[in-house]
Design a protein around this ligand. Structure first.
Ligand code: AMP
Length: 533
């Protein structure tokens, strides 16, 4: 194909530049720059990286907080024909080293806050890497081995840079799965996939009637780290729509709330635990959140959290996806609801996004009945699903077995087409040969007053194979109220009686993964070792 007609990330920048060049992109300290300045900086970054010998085919890693500078990298690096590797700074140092070596990074742009992690790893990085320092203050000293500091490198370049025309299947981004089971796996996306994902999600959210959508007058602030599935693709979508954007830096609840108030943030996305953390901050009570729309993904949205958010006036919705799906696959479909505060619909993960095919199948890949009860594995197809794991043909073959992407999630589809996830295949609790949905248990417990966080896991049991155990973070004693709530669900036929947990254990905190989700593998280990008892 003539590259003039290929889908390229650079095209995402075209409309906002023409439409509203004065629109602002703001950092966590409140410093604002216009889209016109953002364009200029993208060109200078392209020139600065090129001057360092980095070019098409190279892989350039970034270790930074969520910043406008990171957004510049989201564009300049792929637009050069290089790959942006968004390093998960929350992985262990050994895993970070593994990802840098596995990705074959040619350069690393590292914020000074992560130097204590990176510097000791340098002797074990196999390939030569160009090191560039990112700082939020003036007068920082370049550490040994660094070739320059980001702002000085940009300032030294002339304005304007000719980014090459690229074939649309050029690799644009690369990141690693969270590696809770074995080594992290590399997942990459092409220009074509990211452009199509941007268009489809913008079209979908932009046409949602009433609530839940994303419009050109929204003010966007991510609360998903930009290394997690490239910020769920939203930095591209927000830029495509020319939104005012706020990049909060390090996540501190008080600062997030202050930024929401100060800049009139109307749209954010995060995993449930992060929202819970923000709402529990003392400042939340004094902040008007009634204009805030929050899209929840990465884990099930517990009904209790959805209700709490609604009482604060937050327009909350769930969406579903995973690292391997770019990530969007479905989102809550408010069209199905006549009531804008129907929490059940907001928390269900809804209908397939534009251009997505979804099925729920049995182990032989036959569709299970769409009766809202029969569960199976969710499999998907869409133009932007990853083609496989970097350098791992075995895992890629398993992911794409039978020509469909296997999500590893268990769910069911209602007659109206609404998908609900009941578990991860690896988290499902098998008691006496019957599946118990850990998400159903958590959902019911989450609405009990005082419950802040809850996780249900299966623990080995001599008689039943596995039995459910629940761990809860709560204000005060809640076990009796949880038992009562679950008992009522059993009596109503909404929950099988063997789903009643054997134990409900109060804990001060629940372990989380590197992207802030509840870490069930770790909970099981802690229960087994007696760390939680
Ligand atoms: P990750 O690859 O870290 O983004 O994790 C993806 C996984 O998160 C999915 O496979 C699901 O198990 C889970 N997940 C994402 N969104 C939802 C949701 N709305 N409800 C339930 N689970 C979800």
């Amino acid at each position: 194909m003539d590259p003039h007609f290929a889908l390229n990330i650079r095209q995402i920048l075209l409309a906002p530049a023409g439409r509203n060049p004065d629109q602002l992109i703001i950092d966590g300290s409140g410093q604002a720059r216009s889209y016109a300045a953002f364009h200029d900086r993208i060109a200078r970054l392209g020139a600065a990286l090129t001057a360092q010998g980095l070019c098409r085919g190279k892989t350039i890693a970034v270790m930074d907080w969520d910043s406008p500078r990171y957004l510049e990298c989201f564009f300049a690096i792929p637009m050069m024909g290089a790959t942006l590797h968004t390093v998960n700074i929350r992985l262990s140092p050994e895993q970070i080293l593994y990802t840098i070596n596995h990705a074959e990074d040619d350069a690393i742009l590292c914020h000074e806050d992560f130097l204590p992690v990176l510097m000791p790893l340098l002797p074990r990085i196999v390939r030569p890497v160009r090191l560039i320092l990112l700082v939020d203050r003036k007068g920082a000293v370049l550490p040994d081995g660094f070739v320059g500091e980001y702002e000085s490198l940009l300032a030294a370049q002339p304005a304007g840079f000719d980014f090459p025309l690229l074939p649309e299947d050029t690799r644009a981004t690369l990141f690693y799965t969270t590696g809770t089971a074995g080594d992290p796996k590399g997942v990459s996306y092409s220009h074509r996939q990211l452009v199509l994902h941007t268009l489809a999600v913008a079209a979908d959210l932009g046409t949602v009637p009433g609530t839940g959508g994303l419009k050109r007058n929204d003010v966007y602030m991510p609360i998903t780290p930009l290394f997690h599935v490239h910020g769920w693709g939203f930095p591209y979508i927000a830029t495509f729509l020319g939104l005012k954007q706020v990049y909060p830096g390090r996540y501190e609840p008080a600062r997030l709330l202050a930024l929401i108030a100060e800049h009139g943030v109307t749209f954010s996305h995060c995993v449930p635990t992060i929202l819970s953390m923000v709402l529990s901050a003392p400042e939340a009570a004094q902040t008007d959140l009634s204009r805030w729309r929050v899209l929840i993904g990465g884990s099930a949205l517990p009904e209790g959290l959805a209700r709490e958010a609604r009482t604060k006036g937050i327009d909350i919705h769930a969406a579903y996806g995973m690292s391997e799906t770019c990530p969007f696959v479905t989102h809550a479909d408010m069209v199905a609801s006549q009531h804008s505060d129907d929490v059940t619909i907001r928390a269900a993960i809804g209908k397939p996004a534009a251009m997505v095919e979804l099925r729920v199948v049995d182990p032989e890949m036959r569709d299970v009945p769409a009766d809202g009860r029969t569960t199976g594995e969710v499999i998907a197809r869409a133009p932007w699903l990853t083609m496989g794991y970097l350098g791992n043909p075995v895992a890629s073959g398993e992911l794409w077995q039978g020509g469909w992407l296997h999500t590893g999630d268990v769910g069911h589809i209602s007659p109206d087409g609404t998908l609900r996830i009941t578990d991860r295949l690896k988290d499902v609790i098998k008691s006496g040969g019957e599946w118990v949905s850990s998400l159903a248990l958590e959902n019911l417990a989450s609405v009990v007053p005082g419950v802040r966080e809850v996780a249900a896991v299966g623990m080995p049991d001599a008689r039943w194979g596995e039995r459910p155990v629940m761990v809860v973070v709560a204000d005060g004693a809640v076990d009796a109220a949880i038992c009562e709530r679950l008992g009522a669900a059993v009596a109503a036929g909404d929950l099988p009686k063997w789903a009643m947990p054997d134990r409900i254990i109060s804990v001060l905190s629940i372990p989380r993964t590197s992207v802030g989700k509840i870490d069930k593998k770790r909970i099981r280990q802690m229960l087994e070792s007696g760390e939680i008892a």
